[in-house]
Design a protein around this ligand. Structure first.
Ligand code: RB5
Length: 151
């Protein structure tokens, strides 16, 4: 599995901890910034990760900001992205099983690193269940196609 990761200044420290976890799991990871805690604009960091996941260059993306909200809103503007903002382990599992989410957003200012790393691990290791969920995910794609013309 190949993972693209990025954060703004509000998520920089957690991004670094997630990279250490991914390395320990032998997951190939590319970091799209930021590289320190200087103030930056989160859409600039959500965009490359979302585009590369949507293009199939990476299997999954992980985005971190202060709340995870800005990153998730920005990522979900890119056709093909199903970004889930998750702050509990139940949702981490459910969004993979039910939504086939391909990007995970986290808020460094919302939860501690212990829970965040558990969420990342569960989210990476849980498979999409398909079946009735496949039909629902396809309907999300139809909404996107209707409003963007991108199929
Ligand atoms: C930055 O201060 C903060 O707005 C950002 O990290 C994020 O929480 C946005 O949704």
């Amino acid at each position: 599995m190949k993972v693209a990761i990025a954060a703004d200044h509000g998520g920089y420290k957690l991004k670094e901890e997630i990279k250490t976890l991914l390395a320990s799991m032998n997951i190939q990871t590319e970091d799209f910034g930021c590289s320190c805690e200087d103030s930056v604009d989160y859409p600039d960091y959500a965009l490359p990760v979302a585009e590369k996941v949507a293009a199939g260059e990476f299997d999954r993306g992980i985005l971190v900001c202060g709340t995870g909200i800005g990153m998730s809103i920005a990522a979900n503007k890119v056709p093909g992205i199903r970004c889930a903002l998750v702050h509990d382990t139940f949702s981490a599992r459910a969004t993979r099983e039910h939504n086939n989410s391909n990007v995970l957003a986290l808020g460094e200012r919302v939860i501690g690193p212990g829970l965040a790393l558990d969420i990342v691990k569960i989210w990476l290791e849980t498979e999409f269940q398909g079946g009735r969920h496949e039909r629902r995910v396809e309907k999300i794609a139809q909404i996107e196609a209707k409003h963007t013309g991108v199929k």
